[in-house]
Ligand binder design. Structure first.
Ligand code: PMP
Length: 468
């Protein structure tokens, strides 16, 4: 139980909720829903739990937003952040300016990242890390004199951020073309490696061959001399925890090697323990990317921070001695000393408490327990790897037909779980989860038991409303 230190009376909170409606536009919040239902005002957090302004406590299986890896309310983190704030709250990192914490963090990231990924550019979050990676690819190709080699290949249903460029890279624009004029110039999309949605009669090995062939054909169609990089999440997160067929990343990486195409692994979600390792690319998927982007678990959400980590091979080209170049790129808050201090302390805690091997062990239990939900009549598939998980709801298990999108089935289950003290993240027909890595076996049981009860109640309510 989190001790309730809320200083809001319920009257205060009512006023705040009205003020939220009047002034605060949240990302991805449907306007009509916001107007009608307001927001859940979260006022406290402790480890894997959060509490709202009404005093209701929830196990936060969303993990903030894939990010509260070490759990909330760590006194050591508060101290590290306070001490750094007192010592040096800000310093810019342009030109010849640096600070102790940014230097120490870059050294640590170079040590933790696989292979020769020894060069670090610090950013403000995941979107700016991916944006930096794309600028780096363009810059690298220009420095090599390969001015045409800048086309980027990515996948449908991916998520790489919310700036115009990174959202366009994600390939979700096909869903709502009327909303934005997404960038299409220089961006190409491949199929999503979701075997659950593979054509009828195709086995996993054939599915994999098809995906690899599609990639190679796409490079040949564009022309290898024009393709700069391939960008992929090891496991697609917001796209619905899509775990690709075994060997997929290795095979895609080999295609990159054959055509001198850089491999960018977007580990904004999958790093810092979420898959049981500091970085998943090499440890889980047997690849040596040229660039890794990270954020979220890098500070466990205690401060906003991201990083683009890249290889010596790229560095040697762009920083060729005597070439007189400079990378004209940077953010006011790149290398922010307080954010870097938080990241350093976060990494220290992950190491000292051996949270990564622990995540691998409890993560296996989480996977197994969640899969037991597959016996329920509207659970099409449970996809889970370590501390990334997702339940996909279907109206028909045999045909895998989805419920109508407007029904928002994920929200039905989410609201019934919320009543029982569990938060999961609804994305249309999905419930997505990424809790703190500190979760115990008992807490895993709680998550799965509450989900089962909530899905059963949803079933009854769907029947009563004539939807099922
Ligand atoms: N890449 C991936 C794989 C992500 O999941 C996200 C955020 N969910 C981003 C990039 C963007 O990160 P941010 O929201 O910190 O900009």
């Amino acid at each position: 139980n989190i001790p309730d230190v809320s200083h809001f009376s319920s009257l205060d909170n009512k006023r705040l909720i009205e003020s939220d409606k009047a002034h605060y536009m949240h990302g991805y919040h449907a306007f009509d829903e916001h107007r009608q239902h307001g927001s859940l005002n979260i006022t406290q957090g402790d480890d894997a739990y959060i509490r709202d302004a009404q005093g209701q406590q929830y196990l936060d299986a969303v993990g903030g937003m894939w990010c509260t890896n070490i759990g909330l309310a760590r006194e050591e983190m508060a101290q590290a952040i306070a001490e750094q704030t007192r010592q040096l709250a800000y310093s810019n990192s342009f030109c010849d300016m640096a600070n102790d914490r940014a230097i120490q963090l870059s050294e640590k990231l170079a040590e933790l990242a696989p292979g020769d990924l020894d060069r670090v550019f610090l950013t403000t979050g995941g979107s700016t890390a991916v944006d930096t990676a794309i600028r780096l690819v363009h810059y690298y190709q220009n420095c090599r004199g390969k001015h045409e080699k800048k086309q980027i290949i990515t996948r449908i249903n991916a998520y790489h951020g919310s700036t115009y460029l990174t959202m366009s890279l994600g390939g979700k624009q096909a869903d709502r073309p009327e909303e934005f004029d997404f960038l299409t110039d220089g961006i190409h999309h491949l199929s999503c490696p979701n075997f659950y949605r593979a054509p009828e009669g195709v086995n996993e090995a054939e599915f994999l061959e098809g995906l690899v062939a599609e990639f190679e054909n796409k490079i040949l169609e564009i022309g290898p001399e024009r393709v700069g990089a391939f960008l992929a999440e090891p496991i697609m997160g917001s796209g619905g925890v899509i775990i690709p067929p075994a060997g997929y990343h290795r095979r895609m990486w080999e295609v990159c090697q054959r055509h001198d195409v850089l491999y960018i692994s977007d580990e904004v979600v999958t790093s810092f323990g979420r898959l049981g390792h500091f970085f998943a690319s090499e440890a889980e998927f047997d690849i040596q990317p040229d660039i890794i982007t990270t954020a979220k678990g890098l500070t466990s959400g205690y401060q906003p921070l991201g990083a683009c980590i890249f290889s010596e091979r790229i560095w040697e080209v762009i920083a060729e001695p005597g070439a007189g170049r400079c990378f004209s790129h940077g953010f006011t808050y790149s290398g922010h000393p307080v954010a870097c201090a938080a990241a350093l302390k976060n990494i220290e805690i992950l190491e000292r408490e051996a949270l990564l091997p622990r995540a691998r062990e409890v993560g296996r239990y989480f996977e197994q327990r969640l899969r037991t939900l597959e016996d329920l009549p509207i659970v099409g598939e449970v996809r889970a790897r370590c501390f990334m998980a997702c339940v996909e709801f279907v109206a028909d298990k045999t045909t895998r037909t989805l419920f109508p999108e407007a029904l928002n089935i994920g929200e039905w289950v989410h609201l019934r779980a919320q009543k029982r003290g569990l938060l999961v993240r609804p994305i249309v027909h999905l419930n997505v989860m990424s809790p703190a890595l500190t979760l115990t076996h008992e807490q895993v049981d709680f998550v799965v038991d509450v989900l089962r009860e909530s899905i059963l109640e949803t079933l009854e309510d769907l029947r009563a409303a004539g939807h099922w």
